[in-house]
Design a protein around this ligand. Structure first.
Ligand SMILES: [Zn+2]
Length: 302
C-alpha cells in the first residue's frame, strides 16, 4: 500500500466517552476509540500501515481493514489534496425541561386515573376494536415523535419491523449515537412525550364529555402498557437508551447481564428489577387490551 499522506479526506469529532465518530465524504460513519483515531492521524502524516500496526501492537490486517472501510466511504483521494478536519463539539441541548414536562403530564394521568377513570374493560368487542385501532394510530404518532426530535440533526428513516407477530413501523434513529448526550436523551424520550401528550388530550376529552370515559380509560391503559414495554431497559428500545445515556454508561446491558449472572447486588441488579417490574406491568396491560376484544367476543359467542 502506498503512503496515505495527504490522501485522507474526512471529518471527526469527539463523542465524550473516549470514542470518536469519523465521517467520510460518502457519508459513511465509523466509531473509533482513541487508538483508532491516533492510528488514522499517523497514516495521514505518512506512516505506513506496517509502522502504525507495530506502534499500536495490532495486526496489520486490522489497520488495512480500517483503511478499506475508509476507501469504501470515499475518504481516499488520489490527488493528495485530502484534509482531515476536526469538528467542533456540537452545542448540547438541556434535557431537564423535558423531564419537568414529562412529570407534569404524568401527574395529569395520575389525577385522572384516581378520580375520573371507571372503565377497565369495555362492554362489547367492537368497542374494544375501536380502542385497539386508536392504540395503533397512537403507536405511529410515538414514532413520529422520535422522527421530529431527530430531524434537526439528521434525516431519520422509517422502517418496518416485527413486534412478535405484529408488523410495526419505527423511526430509525441509530445515527443519534454521534450526537451529544442531551440531544440523544431528547430523541429517546420524544416518543413517550408524544404518548403522554396524546393521552392528556384524550383525558381532557373524557373530562369534558363523561360519556366518552369508557373509551378513553381503556385507551390510556393500553398506552401506558405499551409505554412500560418501550421503557423497559432490558428490551432494546427507548428505556434502555434513556437509562444508558442518563447514567452515562456505555454497554450497560452487557455489563448488567454479566453482573446478574454473577449474582451481584448493585446498580445493575436494580436495573434488572426495574426491567422485571415493567415487564410484568406491560403483560397485565396487554392482557387487558386483548380481553377487551377477545373476552367480549367469547362472551358474545358463548
Ligand atoms: Zn420509541
Amino acid at each position: 500500500m502506498t503512503s496515505l499522506a495527504g490522501r485522507l479526506e474526512l471529518t471527526w469529532g469527539e463523542l465524550g466517552d473516549r470514542t470518536v465518530w469519523v465521517r467520510t465524504p460518502g457519508g459513511r460513519l465509523l466509531r473509533l476509540d482513541d487508538q483508532g483515531l491516533r492510528a488514522l492521524l499517523d497514516l495521514d502524516r505518512g506512516r505506513t500501515v506496517g509502522q502504525v500496526a507495530r506502534r499500536y501492537g495490532v495486526a496489520p490486517e486490522e489497520v488495512r481493514g480500517l483503511v478499506d472501510a475508509l476507501a469504501r466511504g470515499g475518504a481516499l483521494r488520489p490527488d493528495g489534496r485530502g484534509r482531515v478536519t476536526r469538528a467542533h463539539r456540537t452545542h448540547d441541548e438541556p434535557f431537564a425541561p423535558w423531564l419537568l414536562g414529562l412529570a407534569a403530564l404524568l401527574a395529569v394521568h395520575g389525577e385522572y386515573l384516581a378520580r375520573h377513570a371507571r372503565t377497565a374493560v369495555l362492554e362489547s368487542w367492537t368497542e374494544g376494536l375501536v380502542v385497539v385501532g386508536l392504540a395503533l394510530v397512537a403507536a405511529l404518532l410515538h414514532e413520529g415523535g422520535h422522527w421530529c426530535a431527530a430531524r434537526p440533526h439528521f434525516r431519520p428513516r422509517f422502517g418496518l419491523t416485527w413486534l412478535g407477530w405484529l408488523p410495526a413501523a419505527y423511526a430509525d434513529t441509530h445515527e443519534a449515537w454521534r450526537l451529544p448526550r442531551g440531544a440523544r436523551l431528547r430523541i429517546s424520550a420524544a416518543g413517550v412525550l408524544v404518548d403522554l401528550v396524546v393521552n392528556t388530550g384524550a383525558i381532557l376529552v373524557a373530562v369534558a364529555c363523561p360519556e366518552l370515559e369508557r373509551f378513553v380509560t381503556p385507551f390510556v391503559l393500553a398506552q401506558l402498557s405499551r409505554m412500560t414495554l418501550t421503557l423497559n431497559p432490558l428490551v432494546d428500545g427507548d428505556g434502555y437508551w434513556l437509562l444508558a445515556d442518563g447514567l452515562g454508561i456505555t454497554n450497560l446491558r452487557t455489563q448488567a447481564r454479566r453482573r446478574l449472572a454473577e449474582r451481584r447486588l448493585d446498580l445493575y441488579a436494580l436495573f434488572a428489577l426495574l426491567s422485571l417490574a415493567l415487564g410484568l406491568l406491560s403483560l397485565v396491560g396487554l392482557g387487558l387490551l386483548l380481553w377487551n376484544v377477545l373476552g367480549n367476543l367469547a362472551g358474545t359467542l358463548l
